[in-house]
Write a protein that binds this ligand. Structure first.
Ligand code: NAD
Length: 428
């Protein structure tokens, strides 16, 4: 979603260019990889509950599928733009590559606000989206998943539409399904837990005891709440989370000095991840402006809401205590802010490594769906932990050896793997 003067795709390309220079990639390879391989733009007519027809705009972008079928979520958001979807598709390519799963990068979106749509209208939108791209997605082509403001129900409507078109059962067409219909146990927790596996390993390498640390989290949706959950289980203290208030059309932070109580906050949170301010106040939370989440004296920041959360303007509000930032959201730090954080010696675990838990688990879901045999939650989370920890150390070792940022090391590994796959295929 675009903010004025901010273009996620330009930012993704700038990040790529920097590493392309390091890797001395030739012009053709750069041109190929800094743009999507394919993209689809279309309109979706929906008969609204009051009988009128409303036209929505939809996208699917497949950035690169040299390493395997494209993989990536579908977002519902009123400010969705094609450039944001392009950036996210590109980040998915690097994410799948850095976590070493045999998938490429894709992303999709519909410009809409599900807050204003009935369940019936949302179902039509999901089915309409699939009808427009059914030829170009599939278990061996491109496998969508949930993302911002989409959930398991949306995925099932989409799967059902795809299966109606092709006349069969194709659980491997989509991931993020409910467990009753081919979803993987552990998928709901996967992204947030993956973020905390990164926190855990980074702190080990920094010789910091996790039990003595505190964190502030931006957001209180799927990623934020499971990150908070596991981090608290490991003994850390979350002092603040934040959420979007639909009525006020702005975000608020919810602060409790001695640490939030996840259960009590979840009890007063709606299905979009918005916390009820009045009820939170009664429970002893300080209700602060949305950007305050990054101003607390904590050891760790976990941006887990939207992109562009830490910019050259807001980075100055981050206190000296902060030693580690683990990016749960996609694109939460602008390149200028990244440079400033690097100079300050803050370790930043980039989004496409830190939040790869979701796609790794989606890959596990695909594997299970395709073989029609399902694993226990312990098996899934154990395999997830191994995969994420492995990815962390490959990146960490390179960053230590070359004395470069964790983000640059992650990019070098990911881009090299994708370049290699393109070369082996004879594409470049
Ligand atoms: P979600 O819709 O479940 O939750 C989003 C949360 O952010 C909600 O609590 C909302 O109230 C809050 N929010 C919205 N605008 C805000 C603002 N301006 N300030 C503070 N809070 C705000 O979404 P999610 O699935 O948790 O995804 C969050 C981020 O993580 C996104 O960038 C998404 O692309 C990324 N991500 C998600 C997954 C996944 O598996 N869900 C995987 C990888 C990356």
């Amino acid at each position: 979603m675009a903010k004025e003067g901010y273009n996620a795709f330009k930012m993704a390309q700038e990040q790529f260019d920097r590493v392309a220079d390091e890797l001395e990639l030739d012009e053709g390879t750069r041109e190929f990889l800094r743009n999507p391989h394919r993209e689809y733009h279309f309109t979706i007519p929906v008969k609204m509950d009051d009988g009128h027809i409303k036209i929505f705009k939809g996208f699917r972008v497949q950035h690169n599928d040299a390493r395997g079928p494209s993989k990536g979520g579908i977002r519902f958001h009123p400010q969705e733009t094609i450039d944001t979807v392009r950036a996210l598709a590109m980040w998915m390519t690097w994410k799948c590559a850095v976590s070493d799963i045999p998938l490429g990068g894709g992303k999709g979106g519909i410009i809409c606000d599900p807050h204003d749509l009935s369940s019936n209208e949302q179902q039509q939108l999901c089915r309409g989206w699939v009808r427009q791209v059914a030829q170009n997605i599939g278990p061996v082509q491109d496998v969508p998943a949930p993302d911002v403001m989409t959930n398991a129900q949306h995925m099932i409507w989409m799967m059902d539409e795809y299966e109606s078109i092709y006349g069969g059962r194709y659980p491997g067409i989509i991931t993020g399904k409910p467990v009753e219909l081919g979803g993987s146990l552990g998928r709901t927790e996967a992204t947030g837990y993956g973020v905390v596996y990164m926190v855990r390993e980074a702190l080990k390498e920094m010789n910091i005891d996790i039990e003595k640390t505190s964190a502030s989290v931006q957001g209180f949706g799927n990623v934020a709440r499971y990150a908070a959950d596991l981090y608290i289980e490991y003994g850390g203290t979350v002092v603040s989370v934040s959420s979007w208030d639909q009525a006020d059309k702005k975000a608020y932070s919810f602060y409790k000095k001695d640490g939030i109580d996840l259960k009590e906050l979840l009890n007063i949170t709606d299905r979009f991840g918005s916390i009820d301010k009045k009820k939170a106040e009664k429970l002893g939370y300080e209700i602060l402006p949305g950007d305050d989440w990054l101003t607390h004296k904590v050891d760790i920041l976990i941006p887990a809401a939207l992109e562009n959360a830490i910019t050259k303007d807001t980075v100055k509000d981050i206190k000296e205590n902060v030693k580690l930032i683990v990016c749960g959201a996609n694109g939460p730090i602008t390149p200028e802010a990244d440079d400033i954080l690097d100079k300050r010696g803050v370790i930043v675990i980039p989004d496409f490594l830190a939040n790869a838990g979701g796609v790794v688990c989606s890959y596990f879901e695909q594997v299970q769906s395709n073989q029609n045999y399902y694993w226990t939650k312990e098996e899934v989370l154990g395999k997830l932990d191994n995969k994420m920890t492995d990815a962390f150390y490959k990146v960490w070792e390179l960053s230590q050896r070359k004395k470069i940022r964790v983000q640059d090391a992650a990019y070098m590994i990911a881009i090299s793997r994708v370049v290699e796959a393109c070369k082996l295929r004879g594409w470049i």
